[in-house]
Ligand binder design. Structure first.
Ligand SMILES: NC(=O)c1ccc[n+]([C@@H]2O[C@H](COP(=O)([O-])OP(=O)(O)OC[C@H]3O[C@@H](n4cnc5c(N)ncnc54)[C@H](O)[C@@H]3O)[C@@H](O)[C@H]2O)c1
Length: 346
């Protein structure tokens, strides 16, 4: 089994589940996303015996690793909206060229029994433009995709490319659209205003204020790391997942103001301030999980209240998780970063 992006936040969580049942997936990752401290908190790094440090655009390496795999989970990506906007060349390399390299290798390898693509809920954008803007959207897999940014466009392309390359080759595949995944091990990336539970918790732990853009009225569907990883592993074997596109969420929308409230419950001194709505920050929505829960025989277990409590506990007992750049931020620098960010948050 092969996990591309196997040293990342979701890849390491999936790998942990597989290791626990005796499987030892090969991991391929160029270690571009995180500092050594974060990698060791994720339980990996250059000395990890299961990890090959390499790039998904390396045709020879990818072909060799895919040739030895019975299942392939493709989680490698330049995975933030802001990062893709500020560095479109890296975005193109990892999200488009790299995905193409992996898919062509899978197409020519009959031994691969299923390919699982980690797409994103960002493909929905803000949903139906004619819907009541005050209504929380419910995103279902068959509705039209409306990507708002480079990151989401590449995932839409990856979904189509998966179908168009693998179906004629007779390879089985499943496309997953995770909503906002969070939990211990998640460390925000610089210049990428996303992963609000991680950021708010770290700001609160540092005694900084929490800024609520648009009064925190936007919503997200927050899925706990272990629930997401369990769904990914189930998607490898579930017969009914063959050829499917599946939302991975909880079906519950949580406002950013509510997230701030949950974080503040653990850090009561934290100040919360309102700020204007940044351009293109979508209202958000929640996942229709009718199909994924049925196809995967899976149900998320961890509520957002419990998941935030676990994340707060992790940050409180693991201060090295807070990256140095985040310690140096100010409220003003954060507002500026938000407003210069191209679009919405995963
Ligand atoms: N975390 C979320 O909330 C979320 C939500 C929706 C979708 N996703 C998708 O799920 C997947 C995993 O997300 P994550 O949160 O673990 O992200 P992550 O950034 O933690 O992990 C991605 C990994 O890919 C690696 N990588 C990037 N470019 C590479 C390249 N060219 N060659 C080899 N490795 C490369 C990075 O080093 C990183 O370890 C991504 O495809 C992401 O787009 C994540």
């Amino acid at each position: 089994m092969l996990i591309t992006g196997g040293a990342g936040f979701i890849g390491t969580a999936v790998r942990r589940i597989l290791n626990a049942v005796g499987a030892a997936p090969a991991l391929l990752d160029n270690l571009s996303a995180y500092e050594p401290t974060t990698l060791s908190l994720l339980g990996t790094g250059p000395d990890d015996p299961q990890l090959t440090v390499g790039d998904i655009c390396d045709e020879t390496l990818v072909r060799d690793m895919v040739a030895q795999a019975d299942y392939v989970i493709h989680a490698a990506a330049h995975s933030t909206v802001g990062g893709c906007a500020t560095n479109p060349a890296t975005h193109f390399h990892s999200n488009l060229a790299g995905t193409d390299t992996v898919l062509r290798a899978v197409a020519e390898t009959p031994g691969v029994r299923r390919f699982v693509l980690l797409s994103t809920a960002q493909v929905y954008g803000s949903g139906d433009p004619h819907a009541d803007p005050d209504q929380i959207r419910l995103f279902t897999e068959d509705q039209p995709v409306r990507p708002l940014n480079l990151y989401a466009s590449a995932k839409v392309w990856a979904e189509f490319h998966t179908r168009q390359l693998l179906a004629p080759a007779g390879r089985d595949f499943t496309v997953l659209r995770p909503f906002s995944v969070y939990g211990p091990g998640q460390v925000p990336k610089p210049a990428a205003p996303s992963w609000v539970i991680a950021q708010f918790t770290m700001y609160a732990a540092l005694g900084q204020e929490l800024i609520l853009n648009n009064g925190g009225r936007q919503v997200r569907d927050f899925l706990y790391r272990d629930d997401a990883a369990e769904a990914v592993t189930r998607s490898l074997l579930a017969p009914a997942a063959s050829g499917q596109t599946l939302n991975l969420g909880t079906g519950t929308a949580t406002s950013i103001r509510t997230v701030a409230g949950h974080v503040r419950a653990h850090f009561p001194e934290t100040e919360v301030v309102d700020a204007p709505r940044p351009a293109q920050d979508p209202l958000g929505g929640r996942a229709d999980i009718t199909r994924s829960t049925s196809v995967l025989a899976w149900m998320p277990k961890v509520s957002v209240t419990e998941g935030i409590a676990r994340y707060v506990e992790w940050v409180s007992t693991t201060p090295a998780a807070i990256p140095p750049w985040l310690r140096e931020e100010t409220s003003q620098s954060r507002i500026t970063a938000w407003n210069s960010s191209a679009a919405s948050r995963p």
